[in-house]
Design a binder for this molecule. Structure first.
Ligand code: HEC
Length: 269
């Protein structure tokens, strides 16, 4: 639980920054364990960062149901305070997940592995190994849930330090007057790019810079190639390939729509 002093500071800054945001820095694990009313649970999941090419790797984690953490931090009425739960991570990654999903699926905020082995992971798709998962990692009960399984690790932020409840406005992504035909590209960017990148300040910070500016320097074919297969452009790429499980023609079409949108949306900063 956030201490009252901290809570006051958090609320004040939230009000100054954006009145529709409730933000909280997560307490350290021992503090959370001592303060939360909910019992610790063990969650067995198919670990999406290790389950590639049809292989399913089960890992059992220790943590709390995400809804219990949210209720503990923001109060019992947390699900009415915003439309979206935003997880911010040490490495600049931002994950935004609809509040409704926490009410219909089971997610856990975990802080250790049951077998006591190191709380790290190899991210095979991003060419990274031994990544620390702490302080907190959001995992989903995907074992009996094919649609969660198909999503892979997109909504599994690790190194989570902060949770915010927000009501998002798309005004930065889709400024008034933007050609209707570009709206689909904006949606794709939101879904596939803006956990790491930002457009006009909306999004994550894993790779700095406004995509609306960066993309203006790219010839279309180079952009498409990069997005479809980052490792073909940079051997050390950590950026994941766009929607790897979809058919090639559809991926190309999506990359084209992303290019059209990103090279047309006015760069506001
Ligand atoms: C998981 C995080 C992540 C996601 C998701 C992601 N990127 Fe990246 N992107 C990176 C990183 C990190 C780099 C820097 C190069 C590298 O390490 O691959 C990068 C590099 C780039 C670059 C090159 C920038 C430059 O100046 O060279 C472009 C353009 C780009 N990304 C566009 C996109 C688009 C479009 C999407 C969505 C389809 C996307 N990225 C999704 C992390 C990500």
């Amino acid at each position: 639980m956030i201490r009252p002093m901290q809570m006051a500071a958090v609320c004040l800054s939230a009000v100054l920054v954006a009145p529709w945001t409730r933000s909280a820095e997560l307490p350290l694990v021992p503090e959370l364990r001592a303060e939360i009313a909910a019992p610790v649970v063990h969650a067995s999941v198919y670990e999406p960062h290790l389950s590639t090419g049809g292989r399913r790797v089960v890992v059992e984690y220790v943590g709390f149901p995400a809804v219990d953490v949210l209720a503990h931090i923001f109060g019992e009425g947390w699900s009415d305070l915003g439309t979206t739960v935003e997880f911010r991570a040490l490495d600049g990654y931002v994950s935004r997940i609809d509040v409704g999903r926490f009410l219909t699926e089971s997610a856990f905020l975990v802080f250790a592995k049951t077998d006591g082995s190191s709380f790290t992971i190899d991210n095979l798709l991003q060419n990274e190994s031994d990544i620390p998962l702490g302080p907190y990692y959001l995992v989903w009960d995907n074992v009996a849930n094919p649609s969660l399984l198909a999503e892979g690790g997109r909504n599994w932020p690790y190194q989570v330090t902060d949770i915010n409840l927000v009501t998002l406005s798309d005004a930065m992504l889709v400024p008034k007057g933007l050609d209707e035909r570009l709206h689909a590209g904006a949606e794709l960017a939101k879904e596939y790019c803006l956990s790491c990148h930002q457009v006009n300040g909306f999004g994550g910070n894993k790779f700095p810079g406004n995509l609306a500016e960066i993309v203006r320097g790219f010839p279309r074919e180079d952009f498409v190639q990069l997005v479809l297969q980052p490792s073909s452009v940079r051997s050390d790429a950590t950026m994941p390939a766009l929607a790897r499980t979809l058919p090639e023609a559809e991926r190309r079409h999506m990359a084209g729509a992303l290019f059209d949108y990103l090279s047309a949306v006015p760069a506001l900063e």
